[in-house]
Design a protein around this ligand. Sequence first.
Ligand code: ADP
Ligand code: F6P
Length: 353
Amino acid sequence: MKKIRKIAILTSGGDAPGMNSFIRAAARTAIANGIQVVGIEEGYAGLLAGKFRDLSNPTSVSNILTEAGTVLYSARCEEFKDPKYQELAAYICRSNNIDGMIVCGGDGTFMGATKLSALGIPTVAVPGTIDADVTSTDYTIGFDTAMNTVIEMVDNLRATCESHARCNVVEVMGRNAGHIAVRTGIAVGASAVAIPEVPFDEEEAIEKIKTQRLNGKRGIIVIVSEGLPGYAEKLAKKIEEETGITTRFCVLAHVQRGGCPSLEDRLTASEMGAAAVERLIAGKSNVVICKNDGKICDVDIMKALTLDKLYKGKLTEEEIAAIPPEDKAWMDERCAVLKARTEEYYRLANLIR
Ligand code: ADP
Ligand code: F6P
């Protein structure tokens, strides 16, 4: 097993609050183990451009815990999908004596990590995305803070809805997943929540809003996931037409990626950052650090990506048949747990509205 003397860290894809806690924990864990550590600015684009920053001094990651975003910056890099640029990246790593890489991002970032691992650069991935749409892990860095931001923003909307007896339909992020929407929908007391995973009964929701108004409810909030593109605006018009309640619509958008990282994000990001370095020291590569049932573990990235596609219905029959039976059993169980969890939150959102 090759001794790890120098590691590099990068953040990629959409930034997420808590990424700085991850960077700090990874850098400090490396330093504590006598390993030199460099940060790469702007994700894979920065790797190709050689944008390295030495982090071997513990003070280089001081005072970053409380900031959202990522001090290493993030970027999306289309070129990196091209094998020619992946080879170049591996060459740059070797030329800079990098014995291991840690990348933090979503499933796109993990794809990049598998390429680097295959080219002989041991790489460990850490899930950093507000969307929590990485199927192999219960938790992704940024999810908790983003949801807290949503509830803070919607609580503010609630006041004006109440004052003017209006409805406000709010579109929240999450890419193709309704995890943010369904949880914040419960937390803000929404009258309806629409997510991509469960069919939304529009007529039933509108009837409910009518009844609530008849019962004296003034302010009405509806949460819609961005995974239903364009639906929030359409629904706002329909609610106004059918109920006569003045209805506004808003998209919370990138404000959800800001905010002071919550305890949960700081804690999990710190655990994951330390675990990533420890996995590299232990000789592991091509794994993603996960947190399931409250425990840190690691999952082979290819297995994690296959599971993700299985859950999202992106595998052909042949691809599903090619999954080794022991992996398939684990994947089926994981998919069932996640599906049941989302459906239960959806049920609750509609029960206690
Ligand atoms: P996220 O990591 O949040 O899912 P993206 O899907 O935008 O965000 O991916 C982040 C970056 O990961 C991309 O800009 C690209 O550099 C890299 N990446 C994505 N897909 C691949 C791929 N198939 N092969 C290599 N690199 C990839
Ligand atoms: O993946 C995080 C995320 O914020 C999603 O919720 C959203 O769909 C997307 O990124 C927005 O991406 P961009 O930064 O390219 O606008």
